[in-house]
Design a protein around this ligand. Structure first.
Ligand code: GAL
Length: 634
């Protein structure tokens, strides 16, 4: 597969006179793709049913004539003001019951039927017009579902749709009462009509109610997207993508991805480092100009799974952004490193956001490949360099990694609904396992809970709160070394504690007898090194203890190829666990110096240095922000 580059462009922001030159310069950089249109509804349809295609026809023609391929976005993330005039109740409503107003973007409720109809209408019009356009070679639906906390809405429309969803799921209100345990606190309902959304309750709502609302909200995103996909697929053969976000767990990306042809995501390493990685202050200082060494890779691996192998970076940070608490410039070389890291993880395309920095509105301090005055910004040289390098590079040879790490969005909601202690997050738990694997120099595939795990030598499923029996037996049957826990299989499908007690694993005599959560200043020391932090279980049973507390209580226990971890391990504990599993599976590990990471494809091993100092590697000296390619003997 050929690797390609692209850029995000807003012709509607610039005078017509400069489009031709813009297109010529993009082609000269060596770009292939230009994504346009995703916020342009008001320019396409200035008034209800009054359409102006001329500028968009023209922009597509200009770009196509320069040899560029267009990714056309459906503009449904930014409904114009007149759409709101038509549907005054289409706004999403926050947990306090306040509508989220017009004046930025994503101001819609996924459940509003009137808004859905407007979306179907505008997408149909666009698909009819451009579905067979020779220059439109891919489509993007909407923009960043969930960004700005927009999955959940407590609107009337959401309430009505939720009641329908519950009626479908449970069929009878008695079944719902039983599943939720509504005998508790006299919460039984006599009809589905009585069920409200789980906000503004006096104290916490029933967690089963809250979890079902999260599941419902996720399904609304998937069906909203599916409506666009059906329209587009009927009118174009070009592949369809959506651009996901980093650390966005509001909806099940595997569900949305199943309807699309390509997954893509928007990678802002420096913004994310402060905004959503969750790293401590020292790590943030150390990597302020490079980004977290694992965060991008984690999402590359996650979205590769969501795209069933086909994935892109739709937006790549090119310089300082405008939205994080601090917005430093990247070290020279980082834009190249980020681009190559995506390719090493199998990306088909990396598109920079954005072509020219906007001198107006919310993102005027967000850099692009060009300055607002059209001169080159620093990142353009790196984009040119990457374009030359990929033209000379061998084609990408994807490969299955030896390790699979399961990511389950349903578990992420379950941990949020009842964390049982401050700061307990499923995303962080999985991410910390991912980091530990990378510190051992391993390449990882992140996989869906339903994925076929045949052929993997190590499979990790930490924190998957609800594990259907089918999943348990799939994992138990596999030849891999399997790590489960903490909290894996801890609840049934309706968020109750199952009896026999968790994990109730075939062939593994371990029972979680009690759980406690730990203050940050009260870690529990493990014999042989490391600590249990945040969360600890009391384990009973005859399985072999493989980690114990200093006082001798089992923390991890094993039978055959299955290891149950009954606590949240710190870095040292996770390093021990992961190294042990790899050794048992016969996988070679390679301890990484801090900030250095590797990723293997079928033919090459890529080395990246996120750290501030040069390091020696087996294949030579690796400068800060540097990348080395090692040919693998095959
Ligand atoms: C993304 C978004 C873009 C732009 C960018 C700025 O999240 O999709 O439209 O806002 O952030 O960094």
């Amino acid at each position: 597969m050929k690797r390609t580059l692209g850029v995000c462009y807003y012709p509607e922001h610039w005078p017509r006179e400069i489009w031709d030159e813009d297109a010529a310069r993009m082609a000269a950089v060596g770009l292939t793709w230009v994504r346009i249109g995703e916020f342009a509804w008001k320019r396409i349809e200035p008034q209800p049913d009054v359409l102006d295609w001329t500028w968009l026809d023209d922009a597509i023609e200009v770009l196509g004539a320069a040899g560029l391929k267009v990714v056309l976005g459906t503009p449904t993330a930014t409904p114009p003001r007149w759409v709101l005039n038509r549907h005054p109740d289409m706004l999403a409503v926050d947990a306090e019951g306040r509508p989220r107003k017009f004046g930025s973007r994503r101001h819609y409720c996924f459940s509003h039927q009137g808004y859905r109809a407007e979306c179907r209408r505008i997408v149909t019009l666009m698909a009819d017009r451009y579905g067979r356009n020779q220059h439109v070679a891919a489509w993007q639906t909407d923009n960043e579902y969930g960004c700005h906390e927009t999955v959940i809405s407590y609107s009337d429309a959401a309430g009505a749709a939720f009641r329908d969803w519950l009626a479908q799921r449970y069929q009878s209100v008695d079944a719902l009462n039983r599943a939720w345990g509504n005998a508790f606190w006299s919460m039984d309902y006599d009809s589905f009509d009585e069920i409200d959304l789980p906000n503004l309750t006096v104290t916490e709502p029933n967690p089963a109610h809250a979890l079902d609302f999260r599941r419902f909200s996720s399904d609304q995103v998937a069906s909203f997207n599916r409506a666009q996909v059906e329209i587009l697929h009927a009118r174009t053969d070009a592949p369809l993508a959506h651009n996901y976000m980093g650390r966005e767990i509001g909806f099940d990306h595997f569900r949305v991805g199943a309807d699309l042809d390509i997954a893509s995501w928007d990678s802002y390493p420096l913004g994310f480092l402060e905004d959503r990685v969750g790293a401590d202050a020292e790590t943030q200082r150390l990597y302020a100009r490079q980004g977290d060494p694992d965060f991008q890779a984690f999402h590359h691996d996650l979205y590769r799974a969501v795209g069933r192998g086909r994935w892109w970076v739709m937006e790549q940070q090119p310089g300082p952004v405008n939205w994080a608490p601090h917005n430093p410039a990247p070290l020279p070389g980082m834009v190249r490193l980020w681009s190559w890291e995506a390719f090493a993880h199998g990306a088909e395309a990396v598109c920079y956001f954005r072509w020219r920095q906007a001198p107006f509105a919310q993102e005027q301090m967000h850099s692009g490949l060009l300055r607002p005055d059209s001169s080159d910004a620093p990142a353009i040289d790196e984009a040119c360099q990457v374009a030359r390098e990929i033209a000379a590079a061998p084609e990408l040879a994807p490969v299955r990694a030896p390790v699979a790490l399961i990511f389950d969005f349903d578990a992420a909601w379950a941990w949020q609904v009842q964390p049982h202690g401050q700061g307990l997050s499923y995303f962080e738990l999985v991410f910390e396992h991912y980091r530990a694997l990378r510190r051992q120099g391993l390449s990882i595939d992140i996989v869906a809970p339903e994925a076929d795990i045949e052929g993997y030598r190590v499979v990790l499923a930490p924190g998957v709160m609800h594990m259907p029996d089918e999943m348990k037996s799939r994992l138990a049957r596999s030849d891999a070394q399997v790590l489960i826990g903490p909290r894996s299989a801890a609840r049934d499908a309706s968020f109750s504690i199952p009896v026999p007690l968790p994990p109730a694993w075939p062939g593994l005599d371990v029972t979680v007898a009690r759980v406690e959560t730990l203050r940050p200043d009260l870690p529990v020391t493990l014999a042989g090194g490391g600590h249990a932090v945040r969360y600890l279980e009391t384990l009973e049973g005859t399985a072999e203890p493989v980690l114990t507390t200093a006082a001798g209580a089992p923390v991890a226990m094993r039978s055959g190829a299955v290891t149950y971890m009954g606590g949240w391990g710190d870095d040292t504990a996770l390093d021990r666990l992961v190294a042990d599993l790899a050794a048992r599976a016969g996988i070679e590990t390679r301890k990484m110096l801090s900030g250095v990471r590797v990723r293997e494809t079928g033919t090459e091993r890529f080395w990246f240095n996120y750290g501030p100092d040069p390091v020696e590697t087996p294949v030579g000296r690796l400068e800060p922000a540097g990348m080395l390619r090692e040919r693998l003997v095959t």
